[in-house]
Structure formats: C-alpha cells, structure tokens
Design a protein around this ligand. Structure first.
Ligand code: CP
Ligand code: NVA
Length: 330
C-alpha cells in the first residue's frame, strides 16, 4: 500500500483516506502485539516530542507519554498553566520555537483553529489531542476496538447517543463514514451535528458503503445497533450553566439496560471516557446533589456489564497513538 505519512500533521480524520486510516490501524495492531510480548521497539531513539495540554487529560496524555517513551523518545509535558502560549506568546511564535527543539508537537485545547495555526507555522508534525470540534486519535482507538470485537469494520452498525455535535460525536461520524460503518446519531435535534459536516460525512459514506442517519427516536435509533457509544453530556470548556438544559435534553438518551436490550444481541457498549456512571467523582456528586440524578450518560449497570469495552478502548489509545507517532516521524 502506498501511504506516506512522514512529516504530516494529524489534525482531523477528514484529512486522511480510508487506506491511510487502515494503515494506522494495522500498524497499531503490530505495536500492540509487540507491547504484549515485551518486544522493545525504540525506533525513534534520539527524537523528542512536546505535549501541550490546555485542557485536562488522563488517557491522551498518558498514551502520548508512554507511546513516546516506548519508541525511545524524550517527552516534555506542558500543562495548562505553564507555557507562554496564547498569553504572552502567539500560537505562530510558539509553533516556530517548539519546532526548533522538538520533532513533533501534540496539542489539546479549545478551537480547531488553534491546532490548525500551530500546524501552519510548525516545521514538525502537529497532532490533535482533542479540540472543541474533533478528537481524531480517540477515533483510531475506537475503530481498533470495534474491529477487535467484530473482526471487521465494514457495515458495523454504530449508534452514538448524547451530544452528537461535540468533538466525539463529530469525529465518530467522520470515522464511520471513512471506514464504511453505518453511523446513527441518536440525540435531540438541538444536538445534531452541524448540517455541513453531516453532508460531508454522507458524501464520504456514499463512497465507502457506509451510511449516516440522524434521529431523535431512541427506539428506532438503537434498534439492532452493534455498538452503542456515548460521551459525557457537558464537554470540557463549556460553562457550568449549560448543565440544567443538557440534563433536560439528554436524560431520555441515557444508555441503560432497555437501550442495550433493543440493540443487537452481540452489541458492545463504548465510551471514550471519562464517564459519569456513578457519584464517585467530584462533579457527578455535585450534579447528584443539585439535580437529583446519580447516573448520567450511562447507567452503572451497563458501564460495568460484560458488553462494556471501555477499558479496551482506553488501552488502545496508546497503541494507536504510537502508530501515529511512528508513521509521521519514522
Ligand atoms: N478519552 C480521552 O480523551 O480521555 P482524556 O480526557 O483522559 O485524555
Ligand atoms: N466530549 C468530551 C470528550 C472527552 C474525552 C470533552 O470534550 O470533554
């Protein structure tokens, strides 16, 4: 297969062909095999990468960190408060400075235009570790997990419940379109993905044999689905004031036993995490006190069930991010 990633940015899946995404998934499988067999793969020894996080993270940060170390690289982490970027130094200047010291730059933060600007001015690859609009590295892990469970991607029926216009919803729609899966956004109309992105995804799906459906009907939207996917109802960066309205809108779209019973018998439950499935976090405890709900986007029963693949997905973040690092730097 003729794919050439070297020196390229990884900003959103829309920029990549199905063949290129396939290459990254296959590469991730190979890295996973090596990791599980403790076969060292320090292919990028002597290189250094920097991770900029303007929003918090557990999985993405640790995945980049461990992947970088496994590949033999030095890894520098810049937390939300500790760089000059945006406050005392422009994005363009930061990109040019970091390019003189590092071989690649990861960015997690707010608008997609920030990571796009970093990429425009950087002379090394820039990887999107989540913006308000897209979360492309998450999608590689999700596709890999689906393929591990079903043995293939083509034709798998995926239903996303919740805020379908957030970074995860947008990205999952594009990922499914690219790889020929049947994607349904099952959410209130107010939270459907933007019409332009839906049209783009539909055009891509027409080529790949997949499909894109939007519905606000839970019964129809989840019937026979093989993957039920959800995400938190309020994303990082959104103001606290949106909680009341979001809970009102999304309560009927909670993933619970009835939803899983309506899905395919072999359906899996998928979530990018973190998740509010109990009151064991500061935020979910506060929400429980304020709004009287103890489980949000998914019930604890489903989260903890045998159908749940959430921790496989979390592990796959690392193998897939490693594939991206190696493909773009190797
Ligand atoms: N799924 C995900 O991106 O998790 P983190 O926010 O912990 O990185
Ligand atoms: N939509 C979530 C995803 C977290 C991985 C957020 O942006 O907070």
């Amino acid at each position: 297969m003729s794919v050439n990633f070297k020196g390229r940015h990884f900003l959103k899946l829309l920029d990549f062909t199905p063949e290129e995404i396939r290459y990254l998934l296959d590469s991730a499988k190979e890295f996973k095999r090596m990791k599980h067999n403790r076969i060292l793969h320090k292919y990028l020894e002597g290189m250094n990468i920097v991770l900029i996080f303007e929003k918090t993270s557990t999985r993405t940060r640790c995945a980049f960190d461990v992947a970088g170390h496994d590949l033999g690289m030095g890894v520098t982490y810049l937390d939300p408060g500790s760089s000059q970027m945006g406050k005392k130094e422009s994005i363009a200047d930061t990109a040019r400075v970091l390019s003189r010291m590092f071989d690649g730059i990861e960015y997690r933060g707010f608008g997609q235009e920030i990571v796009d600007t970093l990429a425009e001015y950087a002379s090394v690859p820039v990887w999107n570790g989540l913006t308000d609009q897209f979360h492309p590295t998450q999608m590689l892990a999700d596709l890999l997990t689906i393929e591990e469970k079903f043995g293939h991607l083509q034709g798998v029926k995926v239903t996303y419940m919740g805020d379908a216009r957030n970074n995860t919803g947008n990205s999952l729609m594009v990922a499914c379109a690219k790889m020929g899966l049947h994607f349904t956004a099952c959410s209130p109309k107010e939270l459907f993905p933007a019409p332009e992105l839906v049209e783009t995804a539909k055009a891509i799906a027409a080529e790949s044999g997949g499909s894109i459906t939007l519905t606000d009907n839970v019964e129809e939207g989840t019937k026979g689905a093989e993957v039920i996917y959800t995400d938190i109802w309020v994303s990082m960066g959104e103001p606290d004031e949106v909680w009341a309205e979001r809970i009102r809108l999304l309560k009927p779209y909670q993933v619970n036993a009835a939803v899983m019973a309506n899905a395919a018998p072999n359906a899996v439950f998928s979530h990018c995490l973190p998740s509010f499935h109990d009151t064991n976090t500061t935020i979910s405890a506060e929400i429980a006190k304020k709004f009287g709900i103890t489980e949000m986007e998914v019930t604890n029963e489903v989260f903890e069930s045998k159908q749940s693949v959430v921790f496989d997905e979390a592990e796959n973040r690392m193998h897939t991010i490693k594939a991206v690092l190696y493909a773009t730097l190797g």
